[in-house]
Design a protein around this ligand. Sequence first.
Ligand SMILES: [Cu+2]
Length: 193
Amino acid sequence: MLSNSVVAVFLSALALTSAAPYPQGTATIDTRQTKTYAAPRETRTVVAGRGGLRFDPENIVAPIGSIIEFHFTPLNHSVVESSFERPCQPKDAASFYSGFFPVPRSPDGGVTQSAEVFQIEVKNDQPIWFYCAQNTGRHCQSGMVGVVNQKFDGDKTLAKHKQLAAQVSGDSGVQPWIQGGERKANPNPLSGF
Ligand SMILES: [Cu+2]
């Protein structure tokens, strides 16, 4: 009886020490997966059109190196980088632009969103102002603007930016092409954001 137990313990120990966690000789490193980012990025989700003509949230604080991931609800929103002083217009030729995301309303009234998202990277500690360029309904001028890392000790506030946007009489501008970020498959298009 005792000897059987000793043998059992011995065999268990043998099994533990001889079982390699990974089959040797078959593991490979997929450089496509590892060369871009050393670690998963911290991500902030922003939903365009949730709760009306607005971004939710619209005032985002995010660390350098993190990702802002825009999701798009009906009917047809976009996101473009602007400046505090000139709302509803691209900041410059390098400003990011997502293109438009047409999304039909759900027939049963449920929440729907685009099968694609748009991601930008927070590259420095400067504020990133942005808006929706949809001119049908004048989204930007109606307050569909937002900011990443507003300077909270200054007077360039989101509220002030919205006032400036409301004074824009012309149409919102877009870039000639999608740029400055990545348009990619929505990781969870059927639920949540
Ligand atoms: Cu919009």
